[in-house]
Design a protein around this ligand. Structure first.
Ligand code: NAD
Length: 283
């Protein structure tokens, strides 16, 4: 039976450390402020933004929410970001994705000052991840690394399989594991015989977005299984990509959904906002 990796308690520890550091900075007269830009009324995005605000409040980071009309033009949005870039009171900028269809997401993300890009999505930060010299680690993959570290198992030399190749999860995840000297395979929708790869994985990370996608017979006995997926199950409940009940009988370690990767993403965002403030203060 697999040991549960408790993302909630690990993320609480991270947030507590951030809180202490934010308090210390405040004593030196430095505040930490995260700007969150929300365009439109997407209900899921609203919930994500609210959760980020609550996390900021808990750790003492000032959260500045900028809610913009769904029909805002691209040039108007770029001008909002440009103002945030030059505002010395703003340390981190996050644009909640997805954006409405008429806005060019890449162009918008690329307009964020890399030193304030706490999601690490802009090309400068993505490039830095490639060479292992990043200011900010992308929040979800960085959270996954912490979950793996919590097991005490070293990534070095392990067979790591990432299912999913998105720019925000799969690709940076693979790069972070490679930077830790894992032997990394990225599988995706066009991969043939997926099981032949996953069965060899000492560390298996699923970021697909399909519930019960990873079944027990795909998992190597004793493997670390990290479930990044956030899906709706048959009864509308939140569930991951992994068939938890089956896989927990085979894996060595497993993350639950909810309570696994999700809380880590927010905790790592708080860490990045703090780091941004420190970098800006020191420069
Ligand atoms: P995405 O849709 O951009 O990417 C999904 C990936 O899955 C693609 O690369 C695709 O090639 C792969 N895929 C699809 N079908 C497949 C198949 N049959 N076999 C193998 N690979 C297949 O999604 P994303 O943004 O990377 O997110 C993935 C999941 O992670 C979603 O459920 C999302 O909600 C969740 N997510 C969670 C967090 C978190 O904080 N927990 C953060 C980001 C994303």
């Amino acid at each position: 039976m697999a040991q549960l990796i408790d993302g909630r308690s690990i993320s609480d520890k991270i947030k507590n450390n951030v809180k202490i550091e934010v308090e210390n900075l405040k004593k030196s007269g430095i505040g930490v402020c995260l700007a969150v830009v929300l365009v439109g009324n997407d209900p899921a995005s609203k919930i994500y933004v609210k959760n980020k605000r609550i996390a900021c409040e808990k750790v003492g980071i000032v959260s500045k929410e900028i809610v913009l009309d769904e029909k805002i033009s691209e040039s108007e949005l770029l001008s909002v970001i440009s103002n945030l870039n030059t505002d010395s009171k703003i340390n981190g900028i996050l644009v909640q994705l997805p954006l409405p269809k008429h806005l060019n997401e890449t162009k918008v993300i690329n307009s964020i000052d890399p030193l304030k890009d706490v999601d690490a999505f802009c090309p400068v930060n993505v490039g830095k991840i490639m060479i292992g010299k990043c200011d900010f680690l992308p929040c979800t993959p960085a959270g996954v690394l912490d979950l793996i570290d919590s097991t005490g198992v070293s990534v070095c030399g392990k067979n790591c399989v990432v299912i999913g190749r998105s720019n925000i999860v799969g690709k940076p995840m693979a790069m972070l594991l490679l930077n830790r000297s894992g032997t990394v395979t990225v599988c995706h929708s066009r991969t043939k015989d997926l099981k032949s790869f996953t069965q060899n994985a000492d560390i298996l990370i699923s970021a697909v977005g399909i519930s019960k996608f990873v079944k027990a017979d795909m998992v190597k006995p004793g493997a670390i299984v990290i479930d990044v997926g956030i899906n709706r199950g048959e009864n509308g409940q939140i569930c991951g990509d992994v068939d938890f009940e089956g896989v927990k009988e085979v894996a060595g370690y497993i993350t639950p959904v909810p309570g696994g990767v999700g809380p880590m993403t927010i905790a790592k965002l708080m860490e990045n906002a703090l780091k941004a403030a420190k970098i800006q203060f020191e420069s």
